[in-house]
Ligand binder design. Structure first.
Ligand code: 2BA
Length: 107
């Protein structure tokens, strides 16, 4: 058995959860915050059989869009002068980790 941990954009999370649930997957949603942008995203926990991992990832990918975000960044010139400039970062579609589950119990 595997645990899929998928970090998706908040705006995509509803569609991703619907697709996974329709596909017969159990999903737990956690509201999370990205450490870089400090913006809300959604982390999904999906426990599933090894042979269904690729299907789950395809469903997540089909509902997750890449986005460009602009964040303020600063440059320090070392002479007491600092300027702020806009930095473009590409976020998502989804960041996915697949880990082995040693034991699974529902009590
Ligand atoms: P954030 O940490 O808010 O990062 C948002 C986006 O900012 C990232 O998109 C990436 O394009 C950029 N970024 C992140 N750290 C950066 C840095 N040190 N320098 C320059 N640009 C940087 P994604 O890679 O698509 O990541 C989306 C969200 O997924 C992240 O939000 C974070 O919550 C999570 N994530 C991504 N990689 C992770 C990892 N290795 N471990 C844990 N969480 C991760």
């Amino acid at each position: 058995m595997k645990m899929i941990t998928a970090i998706v954009n908040k705006e995509d999370s509803g569609a991703v959860c619907n697709a996974l649930t329709k596909g017969g997957f159990s999903v737990t949603k956690l509201s999370t915050t990205g450490g870089f942008l400090m913006a809300g995203n959604m982390t999904l926990l999906i426990g599933t059989e090894d042979e269904k991992v690729d299907e789950a990832i395809e469903l997540i990918a089909s509902c997750s869009r890449q986005r460009t975000e602009v964040v303020p960044s600063t440059a320090n010139y070392g002479i007491g002068v600092t300027t702020t400039y806009p930095l473009q970062v590409t976020v998502g579609g989804a960041t996915i980790f697949v880990t082995n589950v040693e034991r699974f119990e529902k009590l």
